[in-house]
Design a protein around this ligand. Structure first.
Ligand SMILES: [Fe+2]
Length: 196
């Protein structure tokens, strides 16, 4: 088993996951897992969105590969919990804004299905199928609770990027294009707080 990542190795560690595992099929979609995440990040960059959002889109499905994180591995890495597993492994290095976007990207789909009827129209067939396994649209109480998250707007933004990143023939840069951005966010998050 590989050593658990550190601040200095996390970016290379993530890049290695993209390179070795990214070719895996994204079940029911016309893209691989890496293409899917790179497309979301590329669209975010093209739209001029913040680095936080670009990196959140880039890493939102990393939970599919948590067994790669060695000692960070969750007991349950089944697909239906990939969003929680992904947030858990990223927590040591990334701010809550990003881990919330990862943790709640499935809940955001359930939220949007309950609150925006037109959103359902953009879901792929595979996404509709998994929606049903994930509990279907939120009920009113769940919607109220979910809307309390201070990062709601960002979470929704990343959810739309998730939906957008399913083009069979979109060209994107590879992970290393985004690596400096990822490192900047890690460094900013982990740097010791210096006086006010
Ligand atoms: Fe996704």
């Amino acid at each position: 088993m590989k050593d658990a990542p550190t601040r200095d190795t996390i970016v290379a560690f993530l890049g290695d996951i993209f390179e070795r595992c990214g070719g895996e099929e994204y079940l029911g979609e016309p893209v691989t897992m890496a293409e899917h995440m790179l497309q979301g990040a590329t669209i975010a960059e093209q739209q001029g969105l913040s680095e936080d959002i670009i990196v959140a889109a880039l890493l939102h499905d990393i939970g599919h590969f948590t067994s790669e994180f060695g000692t960070f591995a969750m007991d349950d890495t089944e697909d239906r919990f990939h969003e929680e597993a992904g947030a858990k492994v990223l927590e040591a290095f990334f701010p809550t804004l990003i881990t919330d976007c990862v943790r709640y990207h499935v809940a955001a789909k359930r939220y949007l299905c309950a609150t925006k009827p037109e959103y359902f129209e953009r879901l792929s067939e595979a996404s509709i199928h998994s929606l049903n396994l994930q509990g279907g649209p939120m009920n009113a109480e769940e919607v109220t609770d979910f809307a309390k998250n201070p990062n709601l707007a960002r979470i929704i933004q990343v959810r739309y990027l998730d939906e957008a990143g399913k083009h069979p023939d979109m060209q994107t840069p590879d992970f290393w294009h985004f690596a400096p951005m990822v490192q900047r966010i890690v460094d900013k998050h982990l740097e010791p707080q210096t006086g006010a």
